[in-house]
Design a binder for this molecule. Structure first.
Ligand code: SAH
Length: 387
């Protein structure tokens, strides 16, 4: 690395940017394990090479053999945390994130566990090549609680990666697609669904919605497969509407409601644009959830994204019934907590209504954030009351 460009790596930030590289030695291709040295030829780390802005994703800061035993230790450690969090032994929750990339010392790799099926998603060619060896390791570490391993990487690999983008079962066959989360049931479609099939990261926040839902008329915008709606119903809401632009998602939202409650439940799922729905709706809702997709994935579009969040939140604050509660989120990595709060401040001020903060939300502990890699902290939310 160039002199002076090694500072962040010395502090265990796991990314080597291409512009920080002084020279390379030997022949290597995308996905290979490479060693990183500073300008004085001192060892800094071991990582996967990937042509692009982030040239190396470092997974080890000590020089050691990177063999099967090495990855087994990493996966075992990841499972140990989930055991400590109580996620492994519970009957009422059998869906969680087993590996959260940098947060678990495995940059470029996501593994979500769905009641027997591990869904793996590689974001680098280095991790993609490891998927097959990881199948054996998962079998060993998870034992009889593993019945299938699915590879969901076609869309997550870098656009320019020169690899065959296969997807599908790497081992076994799932006998079911039903999972339990906090005692509620959901069908998860990892083959066709978004991300690995389910937004595992909203588990704790969905549980909070349950506590605020009694007797409420609920509007769940960007509802995907109805996660927040099912919790609102479990919390005793009067009615709930799930809105998502994807018809497949709203169909699954309907199914998920039926899976948990009988027909008397007042639920409507509609495939609409959330902004449009909100603009046309009246003021009958007293609990709203705004969980949009990341409006910005890069800093260069952050100002536009902030405008998008502002517009959405302003509309919701305008429309919500007096005393109503708003759960508002951003899963955009480039939107800082501070910017999100400022956005909520401006949106509130634009409506002239009185608004107070009742709570602040995060990603759950099975989505750990490496303190040296703050980019890993992406999910943030506020619970607002509009008076
Ligand atoms: N709250 C969900 C996850 C939401 S992900 C859960 O807990 O499971 C964001 C969702 O927004 C996606 O399902 C996507 O289909 C939907 N979406 C994106 N743009 C939209 C728009 N303009 N209007 C409505 N839904 C939209």
């Amino acid at each position: 690395m160039k002199s002076g460009k090694d500072q962040s790596l010395m502090r265990y930030h796991p990314w080597v940017f291409s512009g920080a590289i002084k020279k390379t030695k030997g022949h290597f291709q995308e996905g290979d394990v490479v060693r990183v040295y500073n300008n004085k030829d001192e060892f800094l780390g071991l990582g996967h090479y990937q042509p692009g802005t982030i040239a190396v994703r470092v997974f080890s800061f000590t020089d050691q053999a990177v063999d099967e035993a090495y990855w087994r230790r990493k996966i075992s450690r990841a499972l140990d945390l989930r055991k400590r969090l109580g996620l492994w032994y519970q009957n009422h929750t059998n869906v969680f994130r087993l590996v959260n990339a940098e947060g678990d010392g495995m940059p470029g790799l996501i593994i979500d566990y769905y009641n027997g099926t591990a869904v793996m998603q590689a974001h680098s060619v280095g991790m993609y090549r490891l998927l097959r060896p990881l199948v054996d390791i998962l079998q060993e570490v998870l034992g009889e609680r593993l019945e299938a391993v699915y590879n969901k990487s076609a869309a997550s690999l870098p656009h320019k990666a020169e690899v065959e983008r296969d997807e599908g079962y790497l081992w076994g066959q799932a006998s079911q697609d039903k999972v339990s989360e906090n005692g509620l049931s959901f069908r998860v479609n990892w083959e066709e669904g978004q991300k690995t099939g389910f937004y595992v990261d909203q588990r704790d926040n969905r549980q909070l919605v349950r506590n605020y839902a009694r007797n409420a008329d609920v509007l769940n915008l960007f509802g995907y497969t109805g996660g927040f709606s099912v919790y609102a119903a479990a919390g005793g809401c009067k009615s709930v509407v799930s809105v998502d632009s994807s018809k497949k998602a709203t169909e699954l939202a309907d199914q998920n409601m039926k899976l948990n409650f009988d027909e008397s439940l007042n639920h409507a799922a509609t495939a609409r644009d959330a902004f449009e729905y909100l603009r046309e709706s009246d003021d009958r809702f007293d609990l709203m959830i705004l969980d949009p997709p990341a409006f910005a994935k890069h800093y260069n579009v952050l100002p536009n994204a902030i405008q998008g969040y502002k517009k959405l939140n302003r509309l919701a604050i305008q429309k919500i019934r007096s005393g109503g509660i708003l759960f508002t989120f951003s899963c955009s990595q480039v939107m800082s907590r501070e910017n999100f709060r400022k956005m909520a401040f401006t949106a509130s001020a634009n409506t002239g209504r009185k608004v107070r903060i009742l709570g602040q939300m995060n990603q759950p502990p099975d989505h750990p954030v490496n303190i040296y890699h703050p980019e890993g902290e992406y999910l943030k939310g506020l619970i607002l009351q509009v008076i």
